[in-house]
Design a protein around this ligand. Structure first.
Ligand SMILES: O=C(O)C1=C[C@@H](OP(=O)(O)O)[C@@H](O)[C@H](O)C1
Ligand SMILES: C=C(OP(=O)(O)O)C(=O)O
Length: 432
């Protein structure tokens, strides 16, 4: 465990920075590159713990993967959907995205695999994903509670199904899409609220037959033939969000973040900031497979707002940061209909409340909403702990600039999960 001592002085943030490549897109790029026939070349690939786990897992399944961290590149020789059997459990640590998507990938592989993971995933049941995969023809065997470790036996004879989304989760949806690509017939997903669509976008780029509109996603395996591709991964909007919020909340600040991913299903934080009376400039926009552009933001005064159920999937990983800005705005902020967030991320919500309370920030967590009053004074009551959650660790670093009372952030090494250079990149923008 490593502790981080925060600064006794407040700083401003100035200058520009290029954030690492998007983690969510990179997980999927490794998977599609491994499933495809031929060679995939990824650039602006950011090497974090989570992505190392996904790359190792797909190597164990037979993909040839060569990484070059110094040039941020990765080359994958795909298996053409011919994965290797292995008796050794696939150890996926606590990588939630990998768990859900891997279940979808293995659904069409007629070999038995054991998937094992860390404490967090051992306590996160996958009942929804497993029940529809079972309907398609997958067999599985769990030790307890439909969580890891579990055994899965896929099939080459999967049935396409019609699935009405009950939980707005990108991970669950992606698992079904990956299974549907290799079923005998079409699969249809009737959406609840749209969630991030990186799986659909990348699958089609690699050669899948997926049709989407705001209500329905149709996966046609007969129109699917995945081939290796080149892909430049845009900057990670979720990583960029720490700097955006940091600059808005600190005095005399103005920063520009270069080449940040602007997929509309990911950037709900920008709408929330606008609703709160803030302003972020978008420039140099490029509409590529995944769009990206530059974001410029400075110190802002914000007011409270109501965030609706439709917005929630687009801010899912930014909720701890939104709680922080809401506490410093004027008036009340309400995040409505967060039931699906609790189902997928209940630990994170609980930790966010406990740790911010140690800094004097309180919020009300109801069955269907989160309510945060504005104008809260930071009062450091105790050291804080990331509880090994990378987004909580980075949010607490940003929160530390709201006070001159130093404190310790325990388990700071959690940031390696998504953004190992976060502290050194932040320091490049800091002016005392
Ligand atoms: O599909 C993905 O890559 C992710 C989806 C989100 O989870 P949900 O499945 O709850 O939407 C998000 O919290 C997670 O960080 C990554
Ligand atoms: C929740 C996250 O990812 P995962 O589900 O992979 O843990 C995240 O990156 O914030």
């Amino acid at each position: 465990m490593f502790n981080f001592n925060t600064q006794p002085k407040k700083y401003s943030l100035n200058g520009e920075i290029t954030v690492p490549g998007d983690k969510s897109i990179a997980h999927r790029a490794i998977m599609f590159g491994s499933l495809a026939k031929g060679v995939t070349q990824l650039s602006n690939f950011s090497f974090s713990e989570d992505l190392a786990t996904t790359a190792r897992t797909f190597k164990e399944l037979g993909a040839k993967i060569h990484s070059e961290p110094s040039t941020k590149s990765m080359v994958i020789k795909g298996t053409n959907h011919q994965f290797k059997p292995t008796d050794k459990p696939l150890e996926i640590h606590n990588v939630g995205e990998l768990e859900s998507l891997l279940l979808g990938v293995l659904a069409s592989v007629p070999q038995e695999y054991i998937i094992d993971g860390g404490e967090f995933l051992k306590n996160r049941p996958q009942s929804s994903t497993l029940s529809f995969l079972h309907q398609m023809g997958v067999q599985y065997n769990q030790v307890s509670d439909e969580a890891l470790p579990l055994k899965i036996l896929g099939s080459t004879e999967l049935n396409g199904i019609t699935y009405q989304q009950e939980i707005s989760s990108a991970q669950i949806k992606s698992s079904l899409i990956l299974a549907g690509l290799y079923a005998k017939s079409k699969t249809t997903i009737i959406r609840k609220i749209p969630t991030r669509d990186h799986t659909e976008v990348l699958a089609n780029y690699f050669g899948a037959g997926i049709d989407m509109n705001s209500k329905i996603i149709t996966i046609d395996p007969k129109k699917t033939k995945l081939k290796g591709k080149s892909l430049n991964i845009p900057g990670d909007f979720s990583s960029a969000s720490f700097y955006l919020v940091g600059a808005m909340l600190s005095k005399d600040s103005q920063i520009t973040l270069r080449k940040v991913g602007l997929n509309p299903t990911r950037i709900g934080l920008l709408d929330v900031i606008k609703q709160m009376g803030g302003k972020i400039d978008i420039s140099n926009r490029v509409d590529n497979i995944e769009p990206y552009g530059d974001l410029t933001v400075g110190t802002q005064s914000l007011h409270g707002t109501t965030i609706t159920a439709e917005q929630v999937p687009t801010i899912i990983d930014e909720i701890p940061l939104i709680a922080l800005i809401a506490s410093q705005a004027t008036g009340r902020t309400i995040i409505e209909e967060v039931q699906d967030v609790y189902l997928q991320n209940s630990e994170r919500v609980r930790i966010m409340r406990t740790e911010l309370a140690k800094l004097g920030i309180i919020m009300q967590i109801n069955a269907d909403s989160i309510v945060i009053e504005g104008n809260q004074q930071i009062k450091v009551k105790d050291d804080v702990d990331s509880h090994k959650d990378h987004r909580i660790a980075m949010m607490l670093v940003i929160a530390s600039n709201l006070t001159t009372t130093p404190f310790q952030i325990k388990n700071i090494e959690a940031i390696d999960v998504s953004y190992p250079n976060f502290i050194s990149d932040l320091k490049r923008l800091v002016n005392f």
